[in-house]
Design a protein around this ligand. Sequence first.
Ligand code: AMP
Ligand code: MG
Length: 340
Amino acid sequence: MTIILKISRNSPERALIKQAALIIKEGGLVAFPTETVYGLGADALNAKAVEKIFAAKGRPADNPLIVHIADRKDVYKFVKEVPKEAELLMKKFWPGPLTMVLKKKDIIPDIVTCGLGTVAVRMPSHRVALALIKEAGTPIAAPSANLSGRPSPTDASHVIEDLLGRVDVIIDSGKAYIGVESTVIDLTVEPPLILRPGGLPLEEIEKFLKNVGKEEKSDKPKSPGMKYTHYSPNAEVIVVEGYRGGVMKKVQEIVDEERQKGRKVGVMAVVKGHKFDADIVKFIGSTEKEVAKRLFRALRDFDKEDIQVIIAEGVEEKGLGLAVMNRLRKAAGYNIVEVK
Ligand code: AMP
Ligand code: MG
């Protein structure tokens, strides 16, 4: 049995927050909104509760969770060292879409970090998330609230699709603001290393940290979670990226080929003025920010319309575009067509 609680994103109703927080305190699972995507939360200090997250999502046992806190100061309770770079990033970007990997204290159960000596910590800015964590009086471990491998949920309806009957509470506070998950940065290495591009653009971090390591396209995934198939709709995805002037023509060529094979083809377009002849064309925005916000929803919507192949136009890798392309290429299983 799953209870669905509609909670206001701007002024969360106290009684409803209490109801959800009680479930967390009792070791249950609560899906809740954050500014990035919806999370599936449990008491981070209760190993049995955290175990339920892995079961509900079908999440591989070696993919660690992010611990969410509601007060910057709480980070000192859960990590051994806060390097000065971390202090700076906390001050500039918390609450917000930045997750920091730091050396963990023993109080964090091994199941949260999958036995790693480090823990990922974030203070979200969404009012409902903050109210829930505060009221629960405990940090909340939470990955994205989707079945493992599926596109992350940016709306409560996506959580309902994936997890109804598998969790105790789903909070519905409407759409997530950013639409892609947090940026993950490892501060236990020198220089700090971006493990996953996300909701906080790299350019923002580089304003304050001169020296930041990034994953190269060819590198093995550095964050345990990044090696798995991810963000995949049922449809096959093909990404067309590269020289802008040639992308539209290439997309149409692939659409025509696929339709000749008798397949139902969708186009995910990101350039105003690009026109396509396909079974369904979705224009999801032209700025990196708009595309980030609508990407996961669009992937799910194509599935609902029984599209078999999605041909997606790439965006520029600046701002949130870096996170968008990271998600899109993974959704495509690296089925990428580069236009020169
Ligand atoms: P999710 O919340 O489902 O988007 O997944 C959390 C992401 O954070 C995954 O990519 C994890 O691999 C990553 N992560 C969590 N804890 C750690 C850690 N201690 N070290 C490195 N990456 C981590
Ligand atoms: Mg996830």
